[in-house]
Design a protein. Structure first.
Lengths: 231, 251
């Protein structure tokens, strides 16, 4: 969910830029190192970024009738790690603002923070922890994508609440209101995105599991174990 | 799905104007609009930018209004929250929902109006840029601004492949719809997942091919760009400065 252009007053939009930029710079540093090591990765990352953009332009079927868009952040975080996802996410958000009128330029920092940084970090952490605990792979992917998605809504609500504190109740008061409107209503959407992400992984494993091994998402042993479970 | 602002930028009358001038106008409006404390300035900016986009740029008015509606849904929900929970002052009006009293006071009302007008002005400045400048022309500007080459290259390749994949996803979606893939929620979930995973696999393969193709053409990590020189005309400069002075004097 994007915060629209002009919605955040100063100094909040500057603050979110200040928070987001160091992470993006770190992501660029990691990206440069990866590219130096293996030049094959740059075209691959570019198509991955384009894929995230197209994914986010797809309309999701939704229970409530309103249409919504997948964020694709969980998927990207699992595939490429959170640092690279931050860079890809920034470019995707910029294109979304310029092509689809979703989000904005002054609010780019806040949107990058919620969708390009916190969401992927949460998804990635859950994925790593879940895999360590030897849980079912699809369950882990589902949880990572759902909670990562949901975390972005919570952070967006927090960003809005900080900028517009309620008069009686302060930041916590308006956080509750924004969170009920945005974070609670988005729970079904987050679950749908989680289910779709898990299904995407199922198809990828069935068709081209070698790809996941090459991206270092899963080891060969893990893939054969999952494949064994399906058949 | 294929209603990208970029498509309209390609046919805009303002396309062949100086990129830096357009960028400055948009950035000026964005910054002034977001930092103004009265709704008059943002509304003035919104009106002038929309006028410039529709009248000078010849963007179809109907399309312009529909894209302007996209952010308004979000802005209205957000402002309602501000209206009822923000600020102090005398009570303006209230109503009861499930025995819960929602009161709007003067401070909240003022803030809600201000936020809506800021969103309007910000969006119209962004649309002015997005509907008059194709993204390709912004790359040269980005290159000059000192952003690392790897990032610019990444964005350029992404830009190219966005259009390729949009086409692919649209044809897959048509094929799925014809085969009743979206008749109920369960089926749509499977269809969307299938679409996305096929798209991912296709894009991965495309990425491998792209690397081979670029490598065999001596790709060394740099794509060169050239910036076309388009001098700023006197009338444009005068119009832009009149607009800037007017906006600032309204502050």
């Amino acid at each position: 969910m994007h915060i629209m252009e002009g919605f955040l007053p100063g100094p909040w939009w500057q603050i979110w830029f200040a928070v987001a930029i160091p992470v993006i710079v770190y992501g660029i540093y990691k990206l440069n190192r990866l590219v130096k090591e293996n030049r094959e990765i740059l075209p691959l990352l570019a198509v991955a970024g384009a894929f995230i953009f197209v994914l986010s332009a797809l309309k999701l079927p939704s229970v409530t009738g309103s249409c919504s868009h997948p964020t694709g952040t969980g998927l990207a975080a699992i595939l490429f790690g959170p640092a690279i996802t931050a860079v890809l996410g920034t470019i995707v958000l910029l294109y979304q603002a310029l092509f689809l009128a979703h989000g904005g330029l002054t609010t780019l920092g806040a949107n990058v923070f919620s969708m390009g940084i916190v969401g992927p970090v949460v998804a990635y952490t859950i994925y790593k922890v879940g895999m360590k605990m030897n849980l079912n792979f699809y369950l882990v992917v589902f949880l990572a994508a759902t909670l990562g998605d949901w975390a972005t809504y919570v952070v967006t609500s927090l960003e809005l609440a900080l900028a517009f504190p309620a008069d009686p109740g302060g930041v916590m008061g308006s956080f509750k209101v924004f969170a009920t409107i945005f974070a609670v209503t988005q729970v079904p959407l987050a679950i749908i995105e989680g289910a779709i992400t898990a299904l995407i992984f199922k198809y990828i494993i069935q068709v081209r599991s070698d790809m996941l091994a090459r991206l270092n998402v899963l080891s060969d042993a893990a893939i054969s174990k999952i494949k064994g479970a399906i058949s | 799905m294929r209603n990208l602002l970029d498509d309209y930028a390609l046919v805009s009358r303002l396309r062949y104007r100086n990129v830096w001038l357009k960028l400055t106008i948009a950035a000026f409006g964005l910054l002034v609009g977001v930092s103004s404390t009265s709704p008059a300035t943002p509304l003035f900016i919104a009106l002038s930018m929309s006028f410039a986009t529709v009248f000078f740029g010849k963007t179809p008015l109907k399309f312009y209004l529909t894209v302007l509606l996209i952010p308004m849904g979000f802005a209205i929900v957000g402002s309602l929250v501000i209206l009822f929970f923000f600020g102090s002052g005398s009570e303006v009006f209230y109503f009861e929902v499930f025995g819960y009293r929602l009161t709007a006071n003067a401070g909240g009302l003022e803030m809600a109006i201000l936020v809506i007008s800021r969103t309007l002005s910000g969006m119209s400045c962004m649309f002015f840029l997005a509907l008059s400048t194709p993204v390709i022309e912004l790359f040269a500007v980005l290159k000059r601004s000192g952003i690392p080459d790897s990032v610019i290259e990444l964005s350029m390749l992404m830009y190219r492949y966005i259009f390729v994949f949009l086409e692919v996803s649209m044809s897959i979606k048509h094929a799925q719809t014809v085969r009743l893939g979206y008749t109920n929620l369960r089926r749509s979930l499977y269809s969307v997942a299938m679409l996305a995973s096929t798209l991912f696999l296709r894009s991965y393969e495309q990425g491998e091919k792209l690397y081979l193709a670029m490598n065999s053409r001596c790709y060394d990590g740099k794509l060169s760009l050239f910036e076309t020189k388009r001098p700023i005309r006197a009338t444009e400069a005068v119009l832009a400065s009149i607009y800037a002075v007017a906006a600032l004097s309204l502050m």
